[in-house]
Design a binder for this molecule. Structure first.
Ligand SMILES: [Zn+2]
Length: 183
């Protein structure tokens, strides 16, 4: 009989999570399945999600890892800390830490992630914002819809000098553009 056995909190039972909604880190019990964010008071699921079949949902939310297997085909938005995609996913993705897309995977939707790892051969379509902390609701879709990640067909036209991350095409107003023709 040891009445004190469970009353002493052990530090190793704690684990750090990131809130999906406000992005703030906090400690929670390692065995907890869900908590309420200390900062924004939203409820958070902590368990990992693994999907290996067809599933359509409104959103999949967890502070853990979402894994979509090769046979998985998910039609849903995903908010998570880590995403591992080996199958198909159609929906917008927020991965606070890491999004990994395997070689045979297919991802259609906008992606915001702390970091991104894409194997050669993966199919991607959407707008990507990588390396910035997601500040929640404010910035959803940029006005530019044409900025898709596809196989960039590069045509070496001497007059086009687009800086990489800026989809704005500047049209020279006062300069006279002389078309250069090469045969
Ligand atoms: Zn929060």
């Amino acid at each position: 009989m040891q009445p004190n056995e469970y009353s002493v909190p052990v530090p190793s039972d704690r684990t750090a999570i990131l809130c999906l909604h406000c992005g703030k880190p906090q400690e929670v019990g390692r065995k907890a399945m869900s908590v309420t964010c200390k900062f924004c008071s939203k409820s958070l699921k902590l368990e990992d999600v693994k999907i290996s079949r067809y599933e359509a949902r409104r959103v999949i939310e967890t502070c853990g890892t979402v894994t979509i297997d090769k046979k998985g085909h998910v039609v849903s938005d995903v908010r998570c800390v880590n995403l591992q995609l080996r199958g198909k996913l159609k929906g917008d993705v927020v991965g606070l830490r890491k999004v990994e897309v395997a070689a045979d995977a297919e991802l259609k939707g906008d992606v915001t992630a702390g970091s991104l790892n894409i194997a050669p051969g993966a199919m991607l379509e959407g707008f990507y914002r990588i390396g910035q902390p997601s500040n929640g609701e404010g910035a959803h879709k940029p006005a530019e819809e044409s900025n898709k990640v596809e196989e960039a067909v590069r045509q070496e036209t001497p007059q086009q000098e687009e800086p990489k991350a800026a989809p704005v095409i500047k049209i020279p107003v006062r300069k006279s553009v002389v078309p250069i023709r090469r045969h």
